[in-house]
Design a protein around this ligand. Structure first.
Ligand SMILES: [Zn+2]
Length: 185
């Protein structure tokens, strides 16, 4: 007998708020109680949502919750074929402790800004601190694409989106143009 996927039965896929919604422009509040049941439920729902839509990162403001919680879930996929594989990780009250000062430009998209890609300058290497979902304080170094995802998601906590980070509007392209031309060069 096949057992039902319990995760699918009890976890719901969240709605992703879209550009223009004020929730995406608010400064998110720190999480006070990591063990809070509602918070743990939200983490499960965000993990589930990200898996369903095969995204690489999600910030709580994108699902309408103005709190300092992000999920990083780098994995190779159609949108980012060169992404490294990592276990989806919930980061609570994340902070950037240090920057490499070495900036590189790379393509980004956002679930809240559909159909547009931008060439965004980000620090290549960062050291970040956060609380995991069990309340343990973690410090890790992130490089390249994962450092980029982190900085993108962290921006959401500050009410910013990647459109605010491009150096010029010439670095913005449509998704179809990106797929047909840029990703093949
Ligand atoms: Zn985003």
């Amino acid at each position: 007998m096949l057992l039902p996927d319990l995760n699918k039965l009890f976890t719901k896929k969240l709605t992703i708020y879209q550009l223009g919604n004020p929730k995406l422009r608010a400064i998110a509040e720190p999480v006070i109680d990591v063990r809070d049941r509602q918070l743990q439920k939200l983490i499960d729902e965000m993990l589930f949502t990200l898996k369903e839509i095969r995204g690489v990162g999600l910030a709580a403001p994108q699902v309408g919750q103005s709190i300092r919680l992000i999920i990083i879930a780098s994995h190779p996929n159609e949108r980012y074929p060169d992404a490294p594989l990592m276990e989806p990780t919930a980061m609570i009250n994340p902070q950037i402790i240090s920057y490499s000062q070495e900036v590189e430009k790379g393509w980004e998209g956002c679930l809240s800004v559909p159909m547009i890609r931008g060439l965004v300058p980000r620090d290549r290497q960062i050291v970040v601190a956060y609380s995991d979902r069990y309340g343990n304080q973690q410090t890790i170094e992130l490089t390249g694409f994962v450092a980029r995802i982190f900085q993108h998601e962290y921006d959401h906590l500050e009410g910013k989106v990647f459109l605010d980070r491009v150096e010029t509007n010439l670095d913005l392209v449509s998704e179809s143009e990106y797929q047909s031309v840029i990703s093949n060069t």
